[in-house]
Design a protein around this ligand. Structure first.
Ligand SMILES: *Cc1c(COP(=O)(O)O)cnc(C)c1O
Length: 505
């Protein structure tokens, strides 16, 4: 019996609960992180290791039976993470749409986790709830959406779009869809998106019970933008066939090429047809803050809902996204259930009903992810944000101009902060004969480039052709980095072209 009695471990090994131990470990960790930030430009973008090499870095065997001092673990693990990660904060990381995360955001996450408010209900997270409400309203203001809209912070663009999808389903059904389900009507609910839209649409239709066949992937033009005439025709055909159209989705900056759908036309069609108009601005919405933004983008102001992703183009660390809804009651209408184990909602004060965020989305317990976004907005201010976004756009335009002028590159597209291009040996024409070879060459080039760690771009498939793709959402990228990219890629391209031609002969 005696050895079953609880043995109290030393303070340091109890979750770092001693405040002096926390202070020491925290200072040491912040020092390590500051050095890491400073070292970023000199590091490879990635170590390019195999899964086996990475797994070999972990402790052997099963769950450790006994613990180790927290400070020691932190000191040991931080360099492992620094040395064996793909650094999306690296100045020459230009892939996907993952921003260089702000160091301020990292500290904000630490602060949020330290107090650990559960931002599900006002009464258990009063300050944090108020901050999240203000963050939602400021994000709306930033992108030109009505600031008195409803909204909520979520984990990412997928979730933000998904909430809007469900809100649209609720708003557009004439029967009680939340209780009766889709069986309340025999007509098939149908949503319209461009063929270039992100895969969240498939997931949303699947999980919402509509089935992926409820999605109409509407044809795009030569610039990857949804074609309004094709949309009109598809809606008409679907109505004639007894379907129930409910949602038009416009993309404000496609993931592949940054294409902006003609949002004013889409808004007009949705209005004329009585459909919910949602804009997926996961990537491009923040660019609507620029005075010089194209009207097609600014028209996201006309939407019923907008998804945007501060962890993409507002330099917030993962995870931070937001959905905005014009009708401030639309999210509660779609998500609230009032359980018996909470006090009755809503709590009112003199001015306005208090928001309990668990009622506006899927999550119950919620982290204070708004803090890093709120602090980021206050720190940069509207002008600072506009400057940073404008700079990203100017940098990518610079790269586009360089590949366009280069005899060994072919430039394909430029929109927002994304450009696509491919390596094409100067003696190869852009014709059917060389198509397959150029595809293979560029695929291999991308593989090797991504493994080598000197610079990191990704790819886009446009009209069945493989293109290299660079995207700048990165406050660390400089003009010198942009100038280096064509040199790095051309050097690798030449090498591979030589190899592949000699393999073939
Ligand atoms: C990235 C992206 C998404 C998904 O966002 P996550 O934050 O990765 O969940 C949705 N739509 C578009 C247009 C995107 O670029």
């Amino acid at each position: 019996m005696a050895d079953r009695a609880p043995r109290f471990p030393a303070k340091d090994s109890r979750l770092l609960a001693d405040s002096e131990a926390f202070r020491a470990a925290g200072h040491a960790l912040v020092d390590q992180i500051a050095d890491f930030y400073a070292s970023l430009p000199d590091r490879p973008v990635t170590a390019g290791e195999s899964p086996a090499q990475v797994r070999a870095l972990l402790p052997e065997g099963g769950l450790p039976a006994t613990g180790r001092p927290a400070a020691e673990l932190l000191t040991e693990v931080a360099p492992l993470l620094f040395d064996h990660s793909l650094h999306n904060g690296h100045p020459r990381f230009l892939a996907y749409i993952t921003s260089s995360a702000s160091p301020l955001g990292a500290l904000a996450d630490l602060l949020a986790a330290s107090v650990n408010p559960n931002v599900g209900r006002f009464d258990v997270a009063p300050f944090a709830t108020a901050v999240e409400q203000q963050t939602v309203s400021w994000l709306a203001e930033l992108v030109g959406f009505p600031a008195d809209c409803g909204g909520i912070m979520v984990s990412g663009g997928n979730m933000a779009n998904f909430l809007a999808f469900i809100a649209a389903r609720q708003a557009q059904t004439t029967w009680d869809v939340r209780h009766a389900g889709l069986q309340g009507d025999t007509r098939r609910l149908t949503a319209y998106v461009s063929a270039e839209a992100h895969t969240w649409v498939d997931k949303a239709a699947d999980v919402a019970g509509l089935g992926a066949d409820a999605i109409r992937w509407v044809e795009t033009d030569s610039e990857q933008r949804l074609r309004p005439d094709a949309l009109r025709a598809q809606i008409a055909a679907d109505r004639a066939a007894g379907r129930l159209p409910f949602l038009v989705v416009g993309t404000a900056g496609t993931t592949g090429t940054g294409a902006i759908d003609p949002l004013p036309e889409l808004a007009a069609i949705a209005k004329a047809e009585g459909l919910w108009f949602h804009v997926d601005g996961a990537y491009g919405a923040p660019a609507a803050a620029l005075p010089e933004a194209p009207p097609a983008l600014k028209a996201l102001a006309l939407a019923d809902s907008v998804a945007l992703d501060p962890h993409k183009w507002l330099y917030s660390p993962l995870e931070a996204a937001c959905v905005l809804v014009r009708d401030a009651d639309a999210l509660a209408a779609a998500f609230s259930f009032l359980p018996s184990y909470y006090k009755l909602d809503p709590i009112h004060d003199d001015e306005a009903p208090v928001v309990n965020f668990y009622n506006l989305g899927m999550q119950n317990s919620r982290s204070f992810r708004a803090l890093k976004v709120w602090l980021g907005l206050r720190h940069a201010g509207r002008d600072g944000i506009i400057d940073m976004i404008r700079r990203d756009i100017a940098l990518i335009a610079e790269l586009h101009a360089q590949v366009q002028a280069h005899p060994e590159f072919e430039a394909r597209s430029l929109s927002l902060s994304i450009t696509t291009f491919r390596y094409r040996p100067a003696d190869l024409a852009d014709d059917d004969q060389s198509h397959d070879y150029l595809d293979r060459l560029n695929r291999r080039l991308l593989d090797e480039l991504q493994g080598a760690g000197e610079a990191f771009v990704s790819n886009a498939l446009i009209d069945d052709t493989f293109w290299l793709r660079a995207c700048v959402v990165n406050f660390r990228t400089t003009a010198a980095d942009m100038a280096a990219i064509p040199t790095i890629i051309a050097r690798l391209g030449r090498q591979l072209d030589d190899e592949m031609r000699s393999e073939a002969s």
